[in-house]
Design a protein around this ligand. Structure first.
Ligand SMILES: NC(=O)c1ccc[n+]([C@@H]2O[C@H](COP(=O)([O-])OP(=O)(O)OC[C@H]3O[C@@H](n4cnc5c(N)ncnc54)[C@H](OP(=O)(O)O)[C@@H]3O)[C@@H](O)[C@H]2O)c1
Length: 327
């Protein structure tokens, strides 16, 4: 299956549909990666913080050894965790992800959040997650004053030294991107942010298009990822809206396929996660139909600026620390 690609500033071609690996338990990774490669996925969206890179690495190694794919066919993304923003921690963090994933280079390495947390040594805890000391009497997130331009220049070193092919950021807004573009020697190739019909991010997407920053939509299915975390309310599933259901009926596809096709057709890359082989295949079967402009517009009109993954909310609710980033 030919998956459409987006050309990054480096000239590399990133597949526009990838498999999200957040919340995939380590003991499920062998099957999930095997099935995903088998149904046609070549792009895997990983992160230190997903606590499964070693298992993903084993599974990818097995897929390559079994002749399912070559390393050069794969697009592997990982992300720098918040505790490693200081210049001297960026390279060791990247090397740890490379080792766990069993790779000698990453196709893309992203700063996971514009949040610098206090360093936690590898031997103390890996991945370190959000709390500085989970055993403390009143555990909290502890921040550090590491400037983003320093983190970025250490990310640039990774490109120069051949550890990663492309670098980018997640969860940044236009002001942070503009600032980064002003000081960067290597411009960010990709912005990865939450985007779905309830959070269309029109201005951010337009800004990225104008600046030649490829745009990847995370949580492209909207609320679905957040029900199990108690971060979405009943009735918030965009796949259940009448607009989506009606379009699905016309093109004889599933509501999830309509939402993903909308993401693709407006020019973004999408990284839906599924552990179910049937849904994995369903999420890839979106290249052979088209939504009309009126359908595209009616889906975009579902926008409510509803962000499910907001540190300004979940850091306080789950980690007893107020940590807004978008305001
Ligand atoms: N950079 C960041 O800060 C950040 C934040 C969040 C996510 N991400 C990345 O983006 C990826 C995708 O986002 P996400 O995992 O939050 O959400 P998502 O991909 O939008 O949704 C995943 C949820 O939808 C279900 N699902 C998948 N396909 C379906 C279908 N065809 N029909 C019905 N249900 C379906 C999945 O269940 P099953 O598994 O049971 O199918 C799962 O519960 C993540 O895995 C991660 O790699 C990045």
């Amino acid at each position: 299956m030919e998956i459409p690609t987006v050309q990054l500033v480096s000239g590399d071609a990133m597949p526009r549909v990838g498999m999200g690996m957040w919340k995939v338990a380590p003991d499920a990774c062998a099957r999930v990666v095997h099935d995903a490669v088998d149904v046609g996925y070549r792009h895997f969206d990983c992160a230190c913080d997903y606590a499964n890179e070693e298992a993903v690495g084993h599974a990818m190694g097995a897929a390559i050894d079994a002749g399912q794919c070559d390393r050069s066919d794969l697009w592997i993304t990982s992300k720098l965790w918040n505790t490693y923003h200081a210049r001297e921690h960026v390279r060791p963090a990247c090397e740890r992800s490379l080792r766990d994933l069993g790779l000698d280079y990453l196709d893309l390495y992203l700063i996971h959040f514009p949040i610098a947390q206090r360093y936690v040594p590898f031997e103390t805890r890996y991945p370190p997650e959000w709390l500085y000391d989970p055993e403390a009497d009143s555990p909290k997130i502890e921040l550090s004053r590491s400037p983003l331009h320093e983190t970025w220049s250490a990310m640039e070193e990774l490109v120069r030294d051949g550890l990663v092919r492309n670098i980018g950021v997640c969860n940044f807004g236009t002001s942070q991107l503009r600032d980064l573009l002003a000081s960067a020697e290597i411009a960010p190739a990709v912005l990865q942010v939450e985007t779905h019909p309830h959070l269309t991010q029109e201005k951010l997407l337009r800004f990225c298009n104008e600046e030649q920053i490829a745009y990847t939509a995370f949580s492209p299915l909207g609320a679905l990822s957040y029900f199990s975390l108690g971060m979405a309310e009943e009735g918030e599933a965009v796949v259940e809206s009448d607009v989506i259901r009606n379009v699905a009926k016309r093109v004889e596809r599933t509501p999830a396929q309509i939402v993903l096709r909308w993401g693709l057709q407006r020019g973004t890359a999408i990284i839906p996660k599924s552990e179910n082989r049937v849904r994995m295949a369903e999420n890839l079967a979106i290249f052979d139909f088209e939504l009309t402009q009126a359908e595209m517009d009616s889906i975009s009109d579902l926008n409510r600026d509803r962000r499910f993954n907001d540190p300004g909310d979940f850091c306080e609710a789950a980690f007893n620390t107020f940590c807004p980033i978008y305001e």
